[in-house]
Design a protein around this ligand. Structure first.
Ligand SMILES: O=P(O)(O)OC[C@H]1O[C@H](O[C@H]2O[C@H](CO)[C@@H](O)[C@H](O)[C@H]2O)[C@H](O)[C@@H](O)[C@@H]1O
Length: 607
């Protein structure tokens, strides 16, 4: 939906938009039953009905009630009626089209032209098919009172709406209610016998999908509309009755009161969490956004994290890469010498387990962090894992896949879709990773690139609906990756492995900037409630940039992230260094390893 993440929430769609939930609901508005029923009880109705019954005695009345404007398709209706009289001559002398045209609310050449066409059609049809005492078209272009309209609805065998574009259009609903009559008000002139109503409605009007018993037509198709009219008035009486009953049940139970109540209920549900959030206006011009933030969302205080770090015995440090350790805007994406040095210092303390958790591919990360042998790396959102250098005697890194061999047949389906958008979007490109496909649009025109990304996301979601993949957007990317591979799961595994090694973490720092990192924040918040980390472990879940997040803390940019990590490095005690490489080689087996399986890429750990 608009490229924004959404969930289906009990009959309505909830979009997450800058920390707020925006509910979207499609529901046709109904009629005011009470008002219509009072109209049906008006004393005036009685004599008007009697008059009309006399006027149209022995005739089958088709009724149109429309505003006089260029969208209502009144002339199309007249042409279809003319066609019906010609192709079904049995209706000549018997069928009458009463067209009420509410006076035009506007003026203009187009309106004058349509009025002239209507006049000409009425003249022609009445000239060709009229007989003494029979005018096939009765055109009423004056203000018609509610009670008079109710009388027309009551005598009409069928209502025809041929608008070529319209909003809801409640004429069919009003007609159904009038044909039913007000409960207990049957009078002498009331339509006797079982209640019936028939509808021919344009497929372009709002109420059309809610009337399953109506005959739906494309009003531009004169022949089909003529056939629809003939079918409606020729239908067996019992079927007309069944269709009427079904429509009346719907219209009377889904009235305007039901509609408003239902929206208010959903509004209350969607806004439930809004009250505990604080709204801020952020950005300028077109970049201005109202952002709802949790009141406990605060800037990460470096002194507090340093204090907690110093007194802890087993620390888990999980770091995202792009947008966290290097700015999204950097041309050179490789880590700086400063970042590598800080990471090496953090890794040098045996109390620390430091992991890079990134969406990037394993070869790039392996190359960039070759000088950090004690750093754990989760590449491609954790599909590949590199623990520390495995063995004392070997400095060769070893990658493992987090799951059994997967079927990547979906890539053959996703690639052609991405190709289409790449061809049409200058500056975009496709990145093929071992487990995922990524469409990049950072170098495309910003507006066009992001609207293409939104459209492609929808397209991919429908093409891949039955495939075991998830399609997500990130910083200038749309990524398709296997289901069950997420930074959240990898974070959980890392913390579980620390516990397995008998060093249950009592300090957790988890930092990242984008959508994929939110999975980490969410899983880790949940882990804190379980027994995987030590009781009362401080969790420093931190997002980069002040924006709605599942993290409790934020830092403004990558510069502040590096400053904070550097402060931790300053109080790190390399004295405590041991040959943790050896230790971690043992930890691999504790990482919930399932059926191990050799692969060209490395081994597999069960997931
Ligand atoms: O999990 P992260 O470390 O944040 O990595 C996420 C993605 O990083 C890479 O894309 C990013 O860098 C590109 C330039 O090198 C840039 O065009 C894009 O907008 C950034 O999102 C990587 O190419 C992706 O595969 C990762 O998913």
């Amino acid at each position: 939906m608009l490229g924004i993440e959404y969930q289906s929430k009990r009959g309505y769609i909830g979009l997450d938009y800058f920390g707020r939930t925006v509910g979207i609901k499609i529901m046709p508005v109904g009629v005011h039953m009470g008002q219509l029923q009072s109209g049906l009880r008006l004393p005036d109705r009685e004599w008007r009905l009697a008059e009309l019954q006399q006027q149209f005695e022995g005739k089958t009345v088709l009724l149109g009630v429309d505003d006089m404007d260029i969208f209502k398709g009144i002339n199309l209706k007249l042409l279809a009626f003319e066609n019906m009289l010609r192709t079904h001559p049995k209706w000549q002398g018997r069928a009458v089209l009463v067209q009420i045209a509410n006076p035009a609310r506007g003026k203009g050449k187009d309106l004058e032209a349509i009025q002239a066409e209507i006049q000409e059609s009425c003249r022609r049809i009445n000239g060709d098919f009229g007989q003494s005492g029979y005018s096939p078209v009765v055109f009423i272009d004056r203000e018609v009172s509610t009670v008079e309209k109710i009388a027309y609805y009551t005598i009409a065998e069928c209502v025809v709406v041929t608008a070529v574009r319209d909003g809801m259009n409640l004429t069919p609903y009003e007609y159904i209610v009038c044909r039913q009559g007000a409960p207990g008000s049957e009078s002498m002139s009331e339509v006797s016998g079982p209640k019936k109503s028939m509808l021919v409605v344009s497929e372009f009007i709002g109420c059309s999908p809610s009337l399953s018993g109506a005959i739906r037509v494309n009003p531009w198709n004169i022949e089909a509309t003529a056939e629809g009219m003939n079918e409606a008035i020729s239908m067996p009486e019992q079927e007309k009755q069944l269709r009427h009953e079904k429509h009346y049940r719907y219209v009377s139970s889904h009235d305007v009161a039901y509609w408003s109540k239902s929206f208010v209920q959903d509004l209350e549900r969607a806004c439930k969490d809004h009250f505990r959030r604080t709204c801020w206006g952020i950005g300028l011009g077109f970049g201005f956004r109202v952002v709802a933030l949790d009141p406990y969302f605060t800037k990460l205080n470096i002194d507090s994290i340093v204090n907690a770090y110093e007194i802890s015995e087993s620390r888990a440090i999980l770091l995202d890469y792009d947008g966290t350790l290097v700015p999204q805007t950097s041309i050179n994406k490789a880590p700086s010498a400063e970042v590598l040095s800080i990471i090496n210092t953090l890794c040098s303390d045996r109390r620390n387990t430091v992991f890079l958790v990134s969406g990037r591919d394993k070869d790039t990360l392996g190359k960039w962090f070759a000088s950090c042998p004690k750093l754990g790396i989760a590449a491609e959102h954790g599909y590949f894992l590199r623990f520390q250098i495995l063995c004392r005697w070997s400095r060769e890194e070893e990658w493992q896949t987090c799951t059994q061999a997967l079927d990547f047949g979906w890539m053959e389906m996703a690639k052609p879709v991405m190709n289409l958008y790449t061809e049409a979007t200058d500056g975009s490109s496709i990145e093929t990773k071992e487990s995922a496909l990524v469409w990049h649009h950072q170098d495309a025109d910003p507006g066009f690139g992001s609207s293409q990304a939104k459209e492609m996301l929808d397209h991919l979601e429908s093409v891949l609906a039955n495939e075991p993949v998830s399609v997500k957007s990130g910083q200038f990317i749309v990524e398709v990756k296997p289901q069950g591979v997420s930074k959240g799961l990898v974070a959980e595994r890392i913390l579980a492995s620390i516990k397995e090694r008998g060093k249950q973490a009592n300090f957790v720092l988890c930092i990242g900037d984008d959508r994929s990192d939110e999975d980490m924040f969410e899983n880790i918040a949940d882990i804190m409630k379980r027994n995987i980390v030590a009781p009362r472990t401080p969790l420093f879940a931190c997002t980069v940039g002040q924006k709605p997040s599942k993290a409790k803390f934020y830092l403004d940019d990558t510069f502040e992230v590096v400053t904070m990590l550097s402060a931790l490095a300053d109080v790190t005690d390399p004295e405590l260094e041991t040959d943790s490489a050896y230790e971690l080689s043992a930890s691999i087996s504790s990482l919930d390893i399932g059926d191990e399986q050799s692969e060209s890429t490395g081994r597999t750990i069960g997931g």
